[in-house]
Design a protein around this ligand. Structure first.
Ligand SMILES: Cc1cc2nc3c(=O)[nH]c(=O)nc-3n(C[C@H](O)[C@H](O)[C@H](O)COP(=O)(O)OP(=O)(O)OC[C@H]3O[C@@H](n4cnc5c(N)ncnc54)[C@H](O)[C@@H]3O)c2cc1C
Length: 396
């Protein structure tokens, strides 16, 4: 049986960096990856551009439960360390609105640079190795694959990812391994995900994208707010603003089984209610019904709001445009979500180290943990930083 000092389970963003950092410390490391190649999700990140980091890298951009752990890791390997790590590998980057991308605007450059480092360090990679069991063995562990292969190691770093885009590799199987070891899993739900709505307006406006301000309300209370694109689709609502408020809604619907999630859309955030009222009042005798909203919203909105516009009730039109409510029936699910909210409970993981509080010698990194960042490079930043620190496993 092959023996290593460290086995990294999962060859995504976190796992590759964990292996590099561990090998640089002089450990014999292996990566076990269930897919036929490394880093498949990395390749589609940021629409293939890979928003790999954010210049404003602080714990406040992550879920509240994870902030202490995130702070402890960024204080060991933060924004500048991540940037230096990649610069040191030869990757040039640029920032736009604080979001950091590879200069090539191509996620495959990031993966290639990482794979080159793995090759330089001679880190073996076991592809098609789906870890299904971690058992104690002579003070270390034996890891078994679904196909019956086994390898021995002193330490394990579990970086199996979350549950989004399962066809790319992370299908939640790392939660099963963590559970075997006694870890609690916070019910994973899709995040940064489009929302489903049964509302004729979505049908009428299908394909229309507007700039809007949105709020997620659960039981009438505002849980999150965002400004950006809202895209009306035949199934409901999408666009960056919707993705940005989807986490609270997904948790309410998919984890807490609540049925009172509502999204309020302000379709004219660039005008106050008063300004909109005055402008519409000015239009009453000038604009026809078919053109009443022209210049404020795309033309399709005149037809979609025909019933209200016909009444010429300015107060009702203002209310509708500034606070149109959509009852949310669900989320589009794992195949359309960018992140996982939930995962391995961070309270059972040692701050600053990422070692299990339950099982010595087991470490965690990346999206497998209940750590969710906002859109904007925060999830990859977490994957790199946590991967690097977990890779130091016991060497300091
Ligand atoms: C469409 C999309 C766009 C995104 N864009 C961005 C972006 O621009 N910026 C950003 O910050 N984040 C983005 N993300 C999120 C980001 O890609 C993830 O948070 C990040 O890749 C997580 O890294 P990870 O290594 O923890 O997990 P993953 O990248 O999912 O890697 C986990 C690996 O473990 C393997 N694995 C799982 N279970 C086992 C097992 N039992 N045995 C062996 N191997 C196993 C999987 O095959 C996989 O290769 C995006 C996500 C999606 C889906």
């Amino acid at each position: 049986m092959k023996k290593f000092s460290v086995a990294v389970i999962g060859g995504g963003a976190a796992g590759i960096v964990a292996a590099v950092s561990s090998k640089r410390k002089g450990n014999s490391v292996v990566i076990c990856e269930r897919m036929p190649r490394l880093g498949k999700k990395l390749l589609i990140s940021g629409n293939g551009r890979c928003n790999m980091l954010n210049d404003d890298l602080f714990a406040r951009h992550y879920n509240i439960a994870a902030r202490a752990l995130v702070t402890s890791i960024f204080s060991r390997f933060g924004k500048n360390d991540i940037a230096d790590f990649f610069k040191g590998l030869g990757l040039q980057m640029f920032s736009k609105d604080s979001r950091v991308f590879p200069i090539t605007n191509n996620a495959s450059s990031v993966l290639k640079i990482l794979e080159t480092e793995l090759r330089r360090l001679s880190v073996p990679v076991e592809l098609g190795f789906e870890a299904v069991d971690i058992s104690d063995f002579r003070g270390g562990f034996i890891i078994k694959s679904r196909k019956g292969a086994e390898l021995e190691c002193d330490k394990v770093i579990l970086t199996g990812g979350g549950m989004t885009y399962p066809a790319l590799g992370s299908d939640g199987s790392s939660y099963e391994l963590a559970k075997q070891l006694g870890h609690k899993i916070i019910t994973p739900v899709p995040s940064a995900v489009p929302l489903t709505v049964k509302d004729p307006l979505c049908h009428l406006l299908q394909g229309q994208k507007i700039f809007a301000a949105v709020k997620a309300l659960i039981n009438g209370k505002i849980k999150s707010e965002a400004t950006g694109d809202v895209l009306f689709t035949k199934y409901g609502l999408s666009g960056t603003a919707i993705l940005d408020i989807s986490e609270e809604i997904s948790i309410a619907i998919n984890r807490l089984h609540k049925n009172d999630a509502v999204v309020s859309v302000d379709m004219a955030p660039f005008m106050s209610g008063e300004e909109l009222k005055n402008e519409l009042a000015r239009r009453i005798n000038i604009f026809s019904e078919e053109d009443f909203l022209t210049g404020i919203l795309p033309n399709k909105f005149n037809a979609a709001f025909k019933n209200i516009l016909q009444k010429r009730d300015i107060a009702q039109i203002v209310n509708t445009l500034k606070d149109r409510r959509f009852k949310i029936t669900g989320t589009r699910g794992w195949n359309e979500a960018e992140f996982t909210a939930g995962g391995i409970d961070v309270t059972q993981v040692k701050e600053g180290l990422l070692e299990s509080k339950i099982k010595n010698g087991v470490y965690f990194a990346g999206e497998a943990l209940d750590v969710e960042g906002k859109r904007g490079g925060y999830n990859l930043a977490w994957a790199w930083a946590s991967g690097f620190v977990a890779g130091l496993a016991g060497s300091d």
